[in-house]
Design a protein around this ligand. Structure first.
Ligand code: NOJ
Length: 679
């Protein structure tokens, strides 16, 4: 049946007085009544659909699985039973973009069974919130379904509107990296894309985001596009080396498939739908998991003034690490990252992935001494573990390495996985890797270690269950401005990131490059030579706009010396009570205000693409009857990202909640504001 007539049949059935169960369908509505999901069996197949204010967003879309060695779980189905529940609870995050999160949803569980042998059974569980929906499959233990191998998940998203999507390509298994530039276009033109997939409907304001939550023992989800055949996106799972997507055994549950819905793009963030669909914290104590700003022996390697490997430019020497620790301590930072400290970097460190030691330092790096020195200065030393995808090599050493770090009082590591495929040939995003990342999170938690993961699995809300999973990369970060063959991230990049990648969780973007024109290493002359494509003021604003509980000041310490604008990085907070998106358009600009966790100070960050803009920003979020001092770091006269990125004008003024700020952004520019209560 054609999808639209199927949808019509759906609506007619819903409006007649025939008992819904007899028609083989059941619906569930969000607490505010605006989002409704209907699960229906027609001609033996099960479909779900989503409406918002009575308007179809997702037309009836197929559910089911294909297996190796067994018939698909898709046909001859009937609804056996339904169960309902409702939930309203507000929980507190140990750290986050917001302190308190409300989980208010209505739930419908639809039991389904094959009417023919082997009479397999499963449940589709749906939770409908005011900000979107989640649904997942549950496969109970049963005689007809024990061990299984999923070759395809048949879930579809039949979009009612040819919405405009902002997307990252995904041509797995090889090219499945998240470090790509975004494209945008109508859903009907998509090929194979990553999630979160943000879409703006043609009504000009409604937005939807498809993603997944609680990815625990499954393959990462991609979406295979319609290739001009309509508007139905299908789930595509990252494969293991033998092509199988998921191996499992009943009882089994899949991750949640999520669809966030908002009336305006500015209502998308902070996004908590995925967090609400993850199990609560399992760690007995979370008080040791502390957000912080850090500096690191890092940017020098990316611009080529230092090396990870041994030799005359080796970055990770005891003396250099101590220099960074002194700088961090003098400027109020929480941590220092040191990369290239462990043996294995000499030669081709990507190919030689099994040569990495995670306990053996290079002779010119005295790990216990650096750890002791850091501690004496109140600085946390962040240990670096690059695996290059050598998973077995890492897992072999993981327990002893984490125990060593723990014994030295080290409680944070940055991991890395620079390769498309693991040594065993599994996709970077396969079930094998999902299991690996989860093992690392649990092992780190056991030894009191927090994580910042580069080349990670995409974020599906693990931080709720394991708050030591603090930050990750998972998109093109600042490093592309150091060496990328296409010149680096274009000025619009971060204005898209905010409404796409950042909806799944924190990102270790590594802002704060002040030597924008690369004067220390020879300036970029041609347009395709790598350099930072923002103004300096925009680098400051990124600390507020791009949320991370671990926020780096990425430049070389010497580039911050005698720079008045550095004061903003010293002052800016990394943990928030409240977050408000004040204004924005995907790919154009965004203005974000955040209030410090447990404090009265606000920070505002505004960034634009290559267009200059003047924005009217009302400060109506401030407390009534209170006076504040706004410290404003604005693009200076004639600033622009291309040839005059450095001028920053720093000013101070008294403001109240009645103030409207005129925020002027240069081309590729930004503005960063600290608003503290007046003394
Ligand atoms: C890529 C990471 O994103 C970067 O931060 C790191 O320095 C290198 N890999 C080396 O591990």
């Amino acid at each position: 049946m054609h999808r639209h007539s199927l949808y019509l049949a759906f609506s007619l059935a819903a409006t007649t007085l025939i008992a819904p169960a007899l028609r083989g369908q059941a619906s569930v509505t969000s607490p505010d009544g605006r989002n409704q999901v209907t699960v229906q069996v027609r001609d033996g197949r099960v479909y779900y659909g989503l409406t918002h204010d009575g308007r179809a967003l997702i037309l009836p879309s197929l559910l089911g699985f294909a297996f190796r060695g067994a018939a698909p779980l898709r046909d001859s189905l009937r609804i056996t039973d339904t169960a309902r529940d409702t939930h309203d609870e507000t929980w507190t995050q140990p750290w986050g973009e917001v302190a308190r999160v409300r989980d208010h949803h209505n739930e419908l569980a639809v039991g389904l069974a094959e009417t023919a042998a082997p009479n397999r059974r499963f449940t589709v569980r749906v939770r409908v919130f005011n900000d979107g929906v989640g649904f997942r499959y549950e496969l109970p233990e049963q005689p007809g379904l024990g061990a299984f191998e999923i070759t395809d998940e048949l879930t579809e998203f039949a979009l009612a509107d040819n919405a405009r999507a902002w997307w990252l390509p995904s041509n797995w298994p090889r090219k499945d990296r998240s470090e790509e530039l975004f494209s945008s276009g109508p859903v009907s033109t998509l090929d194979s894309v990553q999630t979160p997939l943000t879409m703006e409907l043609r009504d000009g304001h409604t937005v939807m985001v498809i993603h997944e939550a609680d990815l625990e023992d499954y393959a990462r989800m991609f979406l295979a596009g319609p290739r001009m055949e309509g508007r139905t996106l299908r789930v595509a799972l990252a494969p293991m080396a033998d092509g199988i997507k998921v191996r499992g055994h009943t009882p089994f549950v899949t991750p949640w498939r999520t669809i966030q819905v908002a009336d305006r793009v500015t209502d998308l963030a902070p996004s908590v739908l995925g967090l609400n669909l993850n199990p609560p914290n399992v760690l007995p104590r979370t008080d040791w998991i502390k957000p912080m700003k850090f500096v690191g022996v890092w940017w020098g390697m990316h611009i080529g003034t230092m090396t990870w490997s041994s030799g005359p430019r080796h970055g990770a020497t005891t003396a250099n690490a101590k220099r960074y620790i002194d700088f961090a301590a003098a400027n109020g930072f929480g941590g220092v990252l040191v990369e290239g400290w462990n043996t294995g970097w000499d030669g081709d460190w990507i190919a030689n992935r099994d040569a990495f030691s995670f306990t053996q330092p290079y002779p010119d790096y005295d790990l216990p001494e650096v750890a002791r020195y850091a501690q004496s200065k109140g600085i946390r030393l962040i240990v670096h573990n690059e695996t290059s995808g050598g998973i077995q090599n890492y897992e072999r050493q993981m327990d002893s390495a984490f125990a060593l770090y723990h014994s030295l009082g080290l409680d944070a590591i940055k991991t890395g996985y620079v390769t498309d495929l693991t040594s065993e040939g599994h996709s970077h995003y396969s079930q094998f890797m999902v299991q690996h990342y989860r093992r690392v999170i649990a092992a780190a938690a056991k030894d009191g270690i927090a994580l910042d993961v580069h080349e990670p699995m995409h974020d599906t809300g693990e931080r709720r269950t394991y708050p030591n999973m603090m930050s990750r990369e998972g998109a093109r970060g600042q490093e592309y401005n150091a060496w990328s063959g296409d010149g680096g991230n274009p000025p619009e990049h971060e204005t898209i990131l905010f409404f796409t990648r950042m909806l799944d969780g924190p990102m270790d973007f590594t802002p704060g490059i002040f030597d924008i024109l690369r004067t220390k290493t020879g300036p970029a002359r041609r347009i395709d030579e790598p350099r930072v494509r923002t103004t300096l003021a925009k680098q400051l604003a990124l600390y507020v706009v791009l949320y991370s509980p671990l926020q780096m000041a990425a430049d070389l310490p010497e580039n911050y010396e005698h720079q008045p604008a550095f004061q903003f990085i010293r002052d800016v907070a990394v943990d928030w009570d409240t977050t408000r998106v004040l204004d924005g358009r995907i790919g154009d600009y965004v203005v974000v205000a955040r209030r410090v966790r447990g404090g009265a100070t606000w920070f505002v960050g505004a960034i634009t693409d290559e267009q200059a803009r003047t924005l009217d920003v009302p400060l109506s979020f401030l407390t009534p009857g209170r006076n504040y001092v706004a410290e404003i770091y604005a693009d200076g006269p004639n600033a622009n990202w291309l040839d005059n990125p450095l001028p920053v004008t720093i000013s101070r003024r008294l403001v109240t909640r009645a103030t409207r700020l005129r925020v002027m952004l240069a081309p590729g520019g930004g503005q960063a504001i600290r608003i503290r209560p007046a003394p």
